[in-house]
Design a protein around this ligand. Structure first.
Ligand SMILES: [Mg+2]
Length: 165
């Protein structure tokens, strides 16, 4: 059985992810956390770099999704910031309450894939990795983009993560 807080893969950032090898393992869904994974904490809009990279994912045959604990307004605004051809192809779940399984199940259902065909990519052990592992996804931990602008509760969770990293 998988250790619940151990990611299957680790990368410095999302752009380093070896998408071909994931595809070869039968993974066709890439699900992401936003804050400190796709963009710095609370960045209102996606960058051009992110949009370009996600377009490559979509053109390469992946279903792209977002599983976020943030509120609807935040996620809707962020997703609305993608160019049309990306926005129309990005699935998302807000208020996912990771590590709850509900957001992962919902996205897998919408993508029409089994959990074993999806990867969860995020920067936190207690939400992204734990939630992805217990839901049967491949889990990918990335280094947080910028720790200096996180609110206190996230910093506290990072202290708790330390022994597991
Ligand atoms: Mg995060």
């Amino acid at each position: 059985m998988k250790k619940r807080l151990r990611p299957d893969l680790k990368y410095g950032n999302i752009y380093e992810i070896d998408r071909e090898s994931l595809m070869e393992k039968g993974i066709s869904g890439l699900f992401f956390d936003i804050d400190n994974t796709m963009e710095p904490y609370n960045a209102p809009l996606p960058s051009e770099k992110l949009s370009g990279w996600l377009k490559e994912c979509i053109d390469g045959g992946f279903t792209v999704g977002i599983v976020s604990n943030a509120k609807k307004e935040r996620i809707a605004r962020f997703v609305a910031g993608f160019p049309d051809d990306i926005r129309d192809n990005v699935l998302y779940v807000y208020g996912a309450a990771k590590p709850s399984k509900k957001g992962f199940r919902k996205l897998c259902g919408e993508a029409g894939i089994a959990p074993c065909q999806a990867a969860m990519i995020g920067d936190q052990l207690f939400t992204d990795v734990w939630g992805g592992n217990r839901s049967g996804l491949t889990t990918v931990l990335v280094t947080p983009i910028d720790l200096s602008i996180e609110p206190g509760f996230v910093r506290f969770k990072r202290l708790l993560e330390r022994p597991f990293l």
